[in-house]
Design a protein around this ligand. Structure first.
Ligand code: C2E
Ligand code: SIN
Ligand code: SIN
Ligand code: FE
Ligand code: FE
Length: 376
């Protein structure tokens, strides 16, 4: 039943490969807990995070969607995070620290337990991994303890990275939100335009089979596509008529301005914002701007937002144009298949017309009434 070193390595690599591919944080914690449980052939595993300032231990519940907490001044896990010493208990009923109130409320009977502390690279205690009961009712051994210690380093590093990325992404989203508030004040295009473009973009990304992570990225980053318009004079943006050639040349620069705002960032979300700002007016046949990129040289995010943006621009009233009927829009988009737009995206778009109409209907601009939709 115990693993030899080769089996142990195989076990760890198999789990690490699975865990690295997980996008959802709760799923990730669950998978890490399963890894801890299986390496010692246990029945259940709980990963506790220690907040030293509040003297509290936190964990997710078994289904992964609720957080439970307890004082770190009591119980076996509390004594492990305070002493830094792992414990093995093979007869829980007889242990002085053992508090069976959890068992009484859950109906789960704790017979055996193994708990190891987790540490950061400054050797500070960050929490503990607790495995309860063995599947074959054998005792936990010193080997089990060593194996659990081995993967505890991997578990705590993964959790730390996940929490850090969550914080960084939250900061980036806040930054983008602030940009949008500034842009909103400058632009006649409402926040609803940005929300709709975001929703259409997510939908197209899903339809073309991008990963959930990339779908999130394109949904968030697409809201930045026209951010460069904050550097374009109002007199041009708000001209209630057709632009002159010179004015149009000036407006085209909004793509490069947006790109330059984010281009230096190393973060994935801001890099994607740079790409989308840069490439959302490129055309599949190479006749777009600013670089005249062709086909798949245009990043998939750029191709997605190009279609989402034009669909929304045509379906909406602009200071310089009336809204078009859906019939005219779908006719036009079909006609631009392989010209302005990626043919594959056009096919998916036209197969799922209703989805895109619904998004537009549900997030209609206040200034628009349904009657106006009939204008072409
Ligand atoms: P926007 O209003 O968000 O429009 C985005 C894109 O939707 C346009 O990119 C174009 O590809 C498409 N589109 C919008 N309206 C029409 C239309 O009536 N017919 C067709 N065939 N396509 C349309 P484009 O042309 O590169 O324009 C970029 C931005 O320049 C526009 O963003 C808008 O802010 C501004 N713009 C373009 N034309 C005019 C204009 O005649 N007057 C004013 N004031 N601004 C304009
Ligand atoms: C991020 O940049 O915030 C996500 C991690 C990545 O670069 O893929
Ligand atoms: C680059 O790849 O040149 C920067 C991002 C972009 O393609 O717009
Ligand atoms: Fe644009
Ligand atoms: Fe736009």
């Amino acid at each position: 039943m115990r693993r030899n070193p080769k089996e142990l390595l195989e076990f760890i690599f198999k789990h690490m490969a699975l865990i690295t591919a997980i996008y959802d944080n709760n799923e990730m914690l669950k998978a890490l807990a399963n890894m801890g449980r299986d390496i010692v052939h246990g029945e259940r595993c709980t990963i506790w995070l220690f907040d030293a300032r509040k003297q509290l231990l936190f964990s997710n519940t078994a289904d992964g969607y609720d957080t439970i907490s307890m004082s770190s001044n009591e119980g076996i896990v509390g004594s492990v995070v305070n002493s830094g010493e792992p414990v093995i208990i093979n007869n829980a009923a007889k242990d002085e620290h053992f508090d069976n109130s959890f068992d009484r409320t859950t109906g789960f009977v704790t017979k055996k337990m193994i708990v190891v502390p987790t540490r950061d690279n400054q050797q500070q205690i960050t929490g503990a991994i607790q495995v309860i009961n063995t599947v074959d009712e054998s005792d936990f051994t010193g080997d089990d303890l060593n194996n659990l210690k081995l993967i505890s380093v991997y578990i705590s590093e993964t959790i730390k990275t996940t929490l850090l990325l969550e914080e960084i992404e939250a900061n980036q989203k806040e930054l983008m939100y602030t940009f949008n508030i500034i842009a909103d004040k400058r632009s006649k295009e409402t926040g609803n335009h940005l929300k709709r473009v975001s929703l259409y973009s997510r939908e197209l990304a899903q339809l073309i089979g991008l990963s959930p992570y990339e779908c999130d990225i394109v949904a968030d980053a697409s809201t930045m596509h026209d951010i460069g318009k904050i550097a374009i004079p109002d007199a041009i943006l708000e001209k209630p008529a057709k632009l002159t050639d010179e004015e149009y040349e000036i407006i085209k620069n909004h793509t490069v301005y947006g790109y330059e705002m984010f281009a230096r960032s190393k973060r994935r979300l801001l890099q994607s914002s740079a790409i989308i700002a840069h490439e959302h007016h490129e055309k599949y046949d190479g006749t777009g701007y600013p670089r005249g990129l062709i086909g798949e040289d245009i990043h998939i995010f750029g191709r997605i937002v190009a279609l989402a943006d034009v669909f929304d621009a045509l379906a909406s009233k602009r200071i310089y144009k009336e809204s078009w009927s859906y019939e005219d829009i779908f006719g036009y988009i079909g006609e631009q298949r392989g010209k302005h737009f990626d043919p594959m995206l056009v096919d998916l778009f036209l197969e799922h017309k209703e989805t895109f109409i619904n998004i537009h209907e549900q997030l209609r601009d206040e200034s628009e009434t349904p009657e106006e939709k009939e204008c072409t």
